[in-house]
Design a binder for this molecule. Structure first.
Ligand SMILES: Cc1cc2nc3c(=O)[nH]c(=O)nc-3n(C[C@H](O)[C@H](O)[C@H](O)COP(=O)(O)O)c2cc1C
Length: 455
């Protein structure tokens, strides 16, 4: 069945597992996080499921604490751009989106790498522009944790402006290649990009021609007011965490409502929150599977290391099935790795954990399950398909970023059992159009290239 034009279309992204504890490496079917075969299998499954794009998160540092690497990270964090380039060669239609930090990269270098992948993939590249919590990641870079939260978004915004200017600096017809006239390039059709501020000093002629979709799609993940402003100024997609129906609708209204003031149409920014799914033949079976998966996702030692990360203390003596520790956090300068390193934020976070645990009398392990393994949609394929459709038709989201718990089989069940039901409902594509770019798949307005830019 083809798309029903009377219905809003569902968009789906496929999050490659790994990077955090929600990936179950203990499952007998779990495969490598680093072999190309895993990426290829996952990408092909997503393409079979007609997803809009495959999504890679990125961690620039392994979480560690007092000399111990945390169990929270399923190891294997290969270079994002290399993986996307390799996947471009073994896929045909699906978008390829990678997370890359605006804090620890340079715009010219990143813009040319992404533009190159856009060429290699025939217009399927995307960039999840994140600011990264730099006090933690910064230690891996020669500049160190060098920007506070507000300045990270100033940098991110200028980074995006420079990147867009570079991507837009070649007109589509800049390469003349007229052998008779002996003319290869028309220099008039390539604009110089200048951007001089306290954070950047760029004066550049871009070295990659205009790419098939004008520029890569830009995704944003970050929930603060500054993060939302960045999204409405620059992004095509938001990867949010708002999945509870009313909260998702509020977020959707808030973000979409800001677009008009920026001269943007509502459809020019898609919201695809992270969502997890557990299926069963009956609701009861799905609930049982959800509990089993949650216990595998949050093993006793995972729960303890999660708390150690927040408190910055050694909790190895604590019982994961017992109550939360009553001690105060250690808020020394290197505390709370993996989070913004602010004492008030740590204390507020702990107060919130205490409140949640007390309200339902949760053990340490059950609290961490609640926080990290509380599956979004649990039920029969019919129920899950109905929920996804409802969220989209009732403007709570434009679709979802599906986060599976298994590498590389995390999408198999969803693709085989839920996707056909979405297609039957007429709100999800059953085929890709030949030559569609990622902008096209997402229903985003076309990007005009070659406007004479310079910022
Ligand atoms: C859903 C989501 C996914 C994220 N994924 C990544 C990631 O893969 N790599 C990364 O360095 N930061 C990631 N971030 C962190 C953001 O880059 C940002 O540093 C952090 O959320 C703080 O910004 P905020 O205060 O606007 O939320 C993610 C944030 C969110 C909300």
């Amino acid at each position: 069945m083809s798309l029903n034009p009377a219905k809003r279309q569902i968009h789906l992204a496929a999050h490659f597992p790994g990077v955090n504890n929600t990936t179950v490496w203990t499952d007998p079917t779990a495969g490598s996080q680093i072999d190309f075969a895993s990426f290829e299998y996952f990408a092909r499954t997503a393409e079979r499921g007609r997803f809009d794009y495959l999504f890679l998160a990125e961690g620039l540092r392994l979480r560690e604490h007092r000399g111990r690497i945390h169990e929270l990270d399923v190891l294997g964090r290969p270079n994002t751009l290399a993986v996307l380039a390799a996947l471009a060669a073994v896929t045909e239609h699906i978008g390829l989106v990678g997370t890359l930090s605006t804090t620890f990269n340079e715009p010219y270098e990143l813009a040319r790498q992404l533009a190159t992948i856009d060429h290699l993939s025939g217009g399927r590249a995307g960039w999840n522009a994140v600011t990264s919590s730099d006090a933690f990641h910064g230690a891996n870079f020669r500049r160190g944790g060098y920007l506070d939260h507000a300045d990270r978004y100033v940098r991110a915004s200028e980074f995006a402006e420079i990147s867009k200017a570079l991507w837009g600096s070649w007109q589509d017809d800049a390469i003349v290649a007229d052998a008779d006239a002996g003319v290869y390039l028309d220099a008039e059709r390539i604009a110089r990009v200048r951007h001089q501020t306290r954070l950047f000093d760029v004066d550049a002629l871009f070295d990659v021609p205009a790419s098939p979709q004008g520029r890569p799609v830009i995704v944003q993940a970050g929930d603060s007011a500054d993060g939302r402003d960045f999204a409405t100024d620059h992004a095509d997609v938001i990867f949010s965490l708002h999945t509870e129906f009313e909260d998702a609708q509020d977020f959707y209204r808030d973000v979409k409502g800001r677009l008009a003031a920026r001269g943007r149409d509502e459809e020019s920014l898609k919201i695809l929150p992270a969502a997890t799914f557990v299926l069963g033949d009956t609701a009861e079976e799905a609930r049982e599977r959800s509990r089993e998966i949650a216990l595998a996702q949050v093993r006793p030692e995972t729960a303890i290391t999660y708390l150690e990360q927040v408190w910055n203390r050694d909790f190895s003596g604590y019982d994961p099935d017992g109550p939360l520790p009553e001690v105060e956090p250690d808020t020394g300068p290197e505390s709370a790795q993996g989070f913004a390193n602010r004492h008030a934020a740590v204390r507020a976070r702990i107060a919130k954990l205490r409140e949640t645990a007390a309200a339902e009398n949760l053990s340490i392990r059950d609290l961490i399950i609640r926080l990290t393994a509380n599956h979004t949609f649990v039920g029969t394929p019919e129920f899950v398909a109905g929920e996804i459709d409802r969220y989209v038709q009732e403007r709570a989201t434009d679709g979802f970023t599906v986060v599976g718990h298994l590498t590389p089989h995390g999408l198999d069940e969803f693709t085989d059992r839920v996707v056909p039901l979405l297609q039957e409902r007429g709100s999800y594509r059953d085929t890709y159009e030949d030559g569609a770019t990622l902008h096209d798949l997402l229903g985003l307005p076309a990007v005009r290239t070659g406007a004479p830019v310079g910022v």
